[in-house]
Design a protein around this ligand. Structure first.
Ligand SMILES: CC(C)(COP(=O)(O)OP(=O)(O)OC[C@H]1O[C@@H](n2cnc3c(N)ncnc32)[C@H](O)[C@@H]1OP(=O)(O)O)[C@@H](O)C(=O)NCCC(=O)NCCS
Length: 172
């Protein structure tokens, strides 16, 4: 089930991040795999703001999580990660949906994120979930800053893009 993250979950979120990052090694993206997960203090900011959700297993242990920021007035997915042992069960899709509904409930029109263009479980995955590329010319100031920061971190060694989908699914 999906629930808000609690302080005691946070070390497990770091473990999930490290485990999921390993997949990038297979694409020669070792520096992404080696990236430290968010610190406990950083994660605590999301938990305290009720903008971190986990998918908890039957014993209530998190196996996946999503962190959301408000960027240019949109519900921005800072991170969505599923432990490899729990992958391919739709948990990522469900967490993204929960974050989408949160944004909609807070009056936001769009769900946004930034991701790697060519990593199969990144942009192509989000496209299948209804996300489309957000042209650089239309980025707001906060998204622009965020993309610049990613470049400073060296992430743009591999092409990255911003994507969006409406917070209200079609027909709503
Ligand atoms: C991206 C991610 C969140 C998807 O979570 P998930 O719960 O496995 O995804 P879903 O079950 O909703 O969808 C699964 C689909 O995602 C794609 N996918 C997931 N992992 C994949 C992989 N290693 N290779 C290729 N496609 C993959 C496939 O299309 C898959 O469909 P399938 O299960 O029929 O093969 C998860 O793979 C993950 O945590 N990856 C590492 C961290 C990451 O890259 N986060 C996003 C960028 S910040």
């Amino acid at each position: 089930m999906i629930r808000l993250a609690r302080v005691e979950d946070l070390p497990l979120l770091q473990d999930i991040e490290r485990a999921a990052g390993e997949a990038f090694r297979g694409l020669g993206m070792d520096s992404v795999a080696d990236d430290d997960p968010a610190s406990l203090d950083e994660l605590q900011v999301y938990a305290a703001a009720s903008r971190a959700w986990v998918y908890a297993d039957g014993l209530d242990f998190p196996v996946a999580y999503v962190l959301v920021d408000v960027v240019d007035g949109n519900a921005h997915v800072e991170q969505v990660t599923v432990h490899p042992d729990a992958a391919h069960q739709g948990l990522g899709r469900e967490l993204l949906h929960a974050a989408r509904i949160w944004g909609r409930g807070h009056g936001m029109q769009r769900q946004t994120l930034s991701t790697f263009r060519d990593v199969p479980w990144n942009a192509p995955y989000y496209r299948r979930l209804g996300f489309e590329e957000l042209d650089a010319g239309t980025w707001g100031p906060q998204l622009t800053r965020l993309m610049e920061h990613e470049a400073e971190l060296g992430l743009t060694r591999w092409p990255r893009l911003a994507m969006w989908r409406p917070t209200a699914p079609p027909g709503h």
